[in-house]
Ligand binder design. Structure first.
Ligand SMILES: Cc1cc2nc3c(=O)[nH]c(=O)nc-3n(C[C@H](O)[C@H](O)[C@H](O)COP(=O)(O)O)c2cc1C
Length: 188
């Protein structure tokens, strides 16, 4: 294997999520590269069934307010939970919210479009890792909440496929879990 393919395989086989993410954030150029990786996700019928909402700097506080409102609309009154929602987006300097922009199509069902948007999210996490940043994919009940989806610019048929938290890794990375491929393989 060439050095290049070795580092690509290492990226793919050793990626781990990182919950503690700080500054520096990816630059605008780096974010552009990350988004370009997302846009190369497999996409049946070229529907581009995704949209990327970049949330950075003070806009993270606005997202926190939306998450807090989402809980209140669902009847949550617990102050600890409500405050946690306000602070949630501050766990990384940049978040890319990946919206499924569902498109009606005779052959490409919703599941396939979700698969494409999820592949885009994963591709962006790999690109961020390749650029030396850490990432963490989060969702929760917010992902399907109309209030959150609408605040991000989504419509009735859309949903959040992932909030991809990005930044510089703080603290050590977890160890890569040791899984045996044989436990997950059969041959037909
Ligand atoms: C669709 C999706 C949604 C997720 N949502 C959350 C979440 O809301 N909170 C969380 O702690 N982890 C969430 N995760 C899991 C983490 O992103 C991560 O994969 C997990 O902690 C395992 O770590 P690893 O990626 O290093 O194996 C989600 C993963 C996926 C694929």
């Amino acid at each position: 294997m060439t050095d290049h393919s070795l580092s690509t395989i290492k990226l793919l086989t050793e990626r781990v999520s990182h919950a503690s993410l700080g500054l520096p954030a990816p630059s605008q150029d780096e974010l552009d590269t990350i988004i370009r990786a997302g846009m190369r996700a497999p996409d049946h019928a070229m529907l581009r069934p995704w949209h990327f909402v970049i949330v950075e700097g003070e806009r993270r506080d606005s997202l926190g307010v939306v998450l807090n409102e989402s809980l209140k609309l669902r009847g949550v009154t617990d102050e600890t939970q409500l405050n946690k929602a306000l602070r949630a987006p501050l766990r990384a300097p940049v978040i890319i919210a990946v919206l499924l922009k569902f498109k009606e199509h005779p052959k490409v069902e919703r599941n396939e479009q979700i698969g494409s948007a999820a592949a885009a999210t994963y591709a962006m996490s790999l690109a961020a890792n390749a650029l030396g940043f850490g990432s963490m994919w989060r969702t929760g009940l917010y992902a399907t909440d109309p209030h959150v989806i609408s605040a991000l610019g989504g419509g009735e048929k859309d949903e959040v496929i992932g909030f991809l938290y990005l930044g510089t890794r703080e603290g050590p990375s977890k160890l890569t879990p040791t899984l045996d491929p044989a436990d997950y393989i059969t041959h037909l």
